[in-house]
Write a protein that binds this ligand. Structure first.
Ligand SMILES: Nc1nc2c(c(=O)[nH]1)N[C@H]1C(S)=C(S)[C@@H](COP(=O)(O)OP(=O)(O)OC[C@H]3O[C@@H](n4cnc5c(=O)[nH]c(N)nc54)[C@H](O)[C@@H]3O)O[C@H]1N2
Ligand SMILES: Nc1nc2c(c(=O)[nH]1)N[C@H]1C(S)=C(S)[C@@H](COP(=O)(O)OP(=O)(O)OC[C@H]3O[C@@H](n4cnc5c(=O)[nH]c(N)nc54)[C@H](O)[C@@H]3O)O[C@H]1N2
Ligand code: SF4
Ligand SMILES: [Mo]
Length: 808
């Protein structure tokens, strides 16, 4: 069934030729314009129906206008009325409509029978899942996504933690945003950014701490580069481990070694203190100091004094930082001077470089700390801003709390009061929500891939809107054993809801065809706390159905079988929705799913949680009218107002008058944020004689993650047809490698053969190589390490030691 996957069957030689020529073309595209001007914005007489939706792809959260004719998406245009993108789109947004129309969409539920698949009815599929759950409810796990819509994630969350009393639900955002979350919690006591995209319109200095927004958040990045083309003066600084398209747009490039960021942040703090340029008033009024508690490691560490902090920083002189990070001492002084200048407005951005890091929690809090220490916080243009990658990693994962330890609205399972609030809002019996966190992603898959008699206590996983067979780290440990007949995993059962055949469906026991994007209603939340809504515009193909319906249908099957967990305190179905006549609508029956707006019902229920930690959301209908609203959204005089800067008087409605800055969720309960010291520490794996090169992995402009959607869009796949090993010209010389040569790349965990691209899309420095992960036929995660941050449990995909050998 996977035979028509793109690229798979082409002969290698032909592929290589296409790749090398297309790669060159792609470089030209990306070097020039990253975004396209809107087309077809208005065509009143064409018969095309236009409606708004956020783009399917990245966490920037651009709005598109979707043009539908004859029940098909026929055109997409940038939405001029959207604050985020003001009509602009990048190449992915421009082609997002085609993501629906790959030739091999999944259209029928498929059950594995031996080595083959059999088409089955939805009833049979739903019964099969219910059977697996009934057989061992505590061994069932849900693996979800930052690409779940808010209602989808909320339904899965309620089904698991409220219905099954099972906390084994975790999303792919564990691989993505978990360290940002722990960084925010450790610093402010509450998750989510204080600043917003408006900072990019007014900052004087923009620092990228190891991310590549020119390719990963292109429209957002263009907001800053456009200012320069208008003659405004804004300094762009790229701190990174390789040159990227972002570097090309920056005045300064500070090339560091992996984990060099820890030393750089300490170097800046050292200079601020040494030069007396820190903001004494700001820290005296609004900050405390913290350091890790080595005897009792915990997220909130131990209190230290300012003098302790100063003495911990003493060794981090610019020269010492140069040794640790590779960044010249004079550049560290430059950063120290910038942060030491109160006249400048400084915004920091980061994404996976700082999160996929075995000290991810530490470096996140340290960058917040540099901003707090220097007082570059809380006014327009002064913000430490963590970017999210997925369209709803913030909305669905962090706000709805689909992580294994969390509950909606910033609640956690370990807190008795939070569990009680949740049980009350869900109207379920007291004690239903369990207090022990479920398994985080790496643990979940490790348990699934370990035989039951050896302690592997997860036996069924249901995957929705994510492709772990390609994106988990160390696949040979965390995923591939499922397909290996020699390992004793016969009793393990993998359920996958997807829209296309993928590396994950390949090993699935049950495949469920899903509706995607504008084939269903949706609500998502982007990087700047902006919640965005859209309506279903076209029907999904064949028997494909909404993920949210799938969850509710399984819940109802269990309810019908008498499963008490699926009943509330009044013995009603957990997901009961009533129509205007106060009659329950059978939403578990697909024929009736769209008789009501299930999204609206779930969202307005979920909204009650949002007020518990000042993450207030407006009623669903407000989002129908708007191009997104940034929370907290509060009602004043009958109007709903969004919030641009949090913790800052005049902007944040929850800051008391006269406070100026108020960290009202402070973990020390004194309205103060925590400035952390953490020492520099080496990466989990560093090159040695056996594995002498450092491998970084990541993304490219044209493709979305595993390429399951973008590789089916001809314009994108021909611009960037296949995976490659990016290597410096110097290292290529040493190994006798020329462009297009096949190279074996081997780590302690696996090996792949992949064509080389010398100084390709990006330029890695000597001693390092880079491989993007979009190519399903060249799985770089066979090589990557599964070491995780101790607090966030997020793995580091940016630093694995490898060796290489030319094979042809
Ligand atoms: N085109 C496109 N856009 C996307 C996506 C996509 O698949 N395609 N995915 C979205 C998602 S989910 C995400 S998470 C984002 C990711 O967006 P980014 O984080 O911008 O991209 P990556 O390619 O994952 O990360 C590469 C960066 O990691 C840095 N790095 C490596 N090691 C270190 C280190 O030790 N410390 C620091 N500070 N930096 C280091 C490198 O300098 C490099 O620039 O992109 C989002 N946008
Ligand atoms: N080597 C390496 N690996 C990484 C990373 C890295 O930097 N390097 N980054 C990590 C990060 S930050 C992230 S976010 C993850 C992303 O990893 P994944 O989430 O695994 O990657 P995607 O390709 O986005 O997977 C989404 C899947 O959902 C399907 N899909 C699309 N729409 C729908 C829908 O509406 N319903 C359903 N059911 N399915 C749908 C798509 O076809 C696709 O298979 O990868 C992680 N893995
Ligand atoms: S920048 Fe992100 S949200 Fe905007 S069009 Fe491109 S992929 Fe879509
Ligand atoms: Mo991500």
């Amino acid at each position: 069934m996977n035979s028509d996957r793109p690229q798979t069957n082409e002969s290698l030689q032909r592929r290589q030729f296409i790749k090398v020529s297309a790669m060159a073309a792609a470089t030209a595209v990306a070097g020039g314009t990253n975004y396209s001007l809107p087309i077809l914005a208005e065509e009143p007489k064409s018969g095309i129906q236009w409606n708004k939706a956020p783009c399917r792809f990245c966490g920037t959260g651009c709005h598109v206008q979707v043009g539908v004719q004859d029940s098909k998406v026929v055109a997409v245009a940038g939405d001029r009325n959207a604050d985020v993108n003001k009509g602009l789109l990048c190449v992915k947004g421009y082609h997002v409509g085609s993501a629906l129309y790959g030739k091999d969409r999944l259209t029928k539920p498929l059950l594995r029978v031996g080595d083959d698949y059999q088409e089955i009815s939805w009833n049979k599929a739903i019964e099969t899942i219910a059977d697996r759950i009934e057989a061992a409810p505590e061994r069932f796990a849900f693996y979800g996504s930052g690409q779940w819509t808010i209602p989808e994630g909320y339904a899965a969350q309620k089904f698991m933690k409220g219905g099954l009393a099972n906390n084994h639900i975790d999303p792919n955002a564990r691989l993505c945003m978990a360290s940002a979350v722990t960084g925010f919690l450790a610093t402010y006591g509450v998750d989510e950014p204080a600043g917003c995209y408006d900072d990019l319109d007014v900052c004087d200095v923009l620092i990228m701490w190891g991310n590549n927004p020119a390719e990963m958040h292109p429209v957002l990045f263009s907001r800053v580069t456009d200012r320069r083309s208008r003659g405004e003066n804004v300094q762009l600084i790229d701190i990174g481990t390789r040159r990227t398209r972002t570097t090309d747009a920056c005045q300064h490039y500070l090339e560091m070694k992996g984990h060099g960021d820890l030393a750089i942040a300490n170097g800046i703090a050292h200079l601020l203190i040494k030069n007396g340029t820190y903001d004494r008033k700001f820290i005296d009024s609004f900050c405390n100091f913290k350091a890790p508690d080595d005897e009792n490691p915990n997220l909130h560490g131990k209190a230290i004094s300012f003098d302790d902090y100063r003495s911990f920083l003493e060794p981090y002189t610019p020269e010492h930082v140069e040794q640790l990070s590779g960044v010249p001492a004079e550049k560290i002084r430059m950063l120290g001077d910038l942060f030491g200048n109160p006249e400048l407005k400084i915004t920091s951005l980061w994404c996976m470089g700082m999160n996929q890091h075995t000290r991810g929690t530490a470096i996140n809090s340290m960058v917040h700390g540099v901003h707090l220490l220097s007082g570059h916080f809380g006014t327009p243009g002064n913000a430490p801003t963590s970017l999210t990658g997925q369209p709803s990693a913030c909305g669905t994962v962090r706000e709805v709390g689909t992580l294994s330890h969390a509950l909606p609205g910033g609640r956690v399972v370990t807190n008795e009061e939070h569990r009680k609030q949740t049980e009350d809002l869900w109207n379920i019996p007291a004690g239903r929500v369990q207090s022990t966190p479920g398994y985080h992603t790496v643990k979940m898959w490790e348990s699934f891939c370990t035989p039951t008699d050896q302690g592997g206590d997860i036996s069924t996983i249901w995957v929705q809107v994510t492709n772990p067979g390609q994106t988990l780290p160390n696949l040979n440990k965390l995923f591939n054993p499922k397909g290996n007949n020699k390992t004793n995993l016969k009793d393990k059962f993998l359920i996958v809801s997807d829209v296309y055949p993928t590396a994950t469906t390949r090993l699935a026991d049950l495949i469920l065809p899903s509706a995607m994007w504008v084939e269903k209603n949706g609500v998502v939340g982007n990087s700047e706390r902006r919640t965005q809504q859209w309506f279903k515009m076209v029907d999904p193909p064949g028997d494909a159905r909404d993920d949210c319906w799938q969850t509710i249908a399984v819940a109802h099957e269990l309810f019908d079988r008498g499963n008490e967990g699926m009943q509330d305190r009044d013995d009603r179905f957990l997901f009961e929705v009533k129509n205007n006549d106060d009659k329950p609508v059978p939403i578990w029956d697909w024929e009736h799913y769209y008789d009501v707006n299930v999204d609206k019902h779930l969202f307005d229920e979920y909204r009650q949680f949002s007020r518990l930690k000042h993450k207030d959301l407006a009623p669903y209908d407000e989002y129908v009218k708007a191009h997104g609203l940034r929370w907290p959204v509060v009602e004043q005089n009958g109007e709903w107002h969004e919030t641009r800067w949090r913790f800052s008087e005049g902007y944040d409605p929850y800051v008391k008058s006269g406070e100026e800055i108020q960290f009202y969720h402070s973990s020390t309960h004194d309205d103060r944020a925590q400035i952390w010291f953490h020492p520099w520490i080496a990466p989990a794996e560093v090159p040695d004689n056996e594995y002498p090169l450092m491998l970084c992995t990541g993304r490219v402009l044209e493709h979305w993650h595993t390429g399951s959607m973008t590789r089916r869009i001809p314009e994108l796949s021909s611009a960037m047809p296949g995976g490659y090993l990016e290597i410096s010209a110097e290292d290529a010389d040493v190994y006798g490698i020329r462009n297009g040569d096949k190279v074996q790349v081997e780590s302690r965990r696996g090996s792949i053969v992949i064509p080389a691209w010398i100084d390709g899309r990006g330029q890695p420095p000597r001693g390092t190589v880079f491989i993007p992960f979009f190519d399903e036929t060249l799985l770089v995660n066979d090589l990557t390490l599964d070491a995780i941050d101790p607090f966030s449990k997020q793995p580091d995909y940016k630093k694995s030691a490898v060796r290489i050998k030319k094979v042809s």
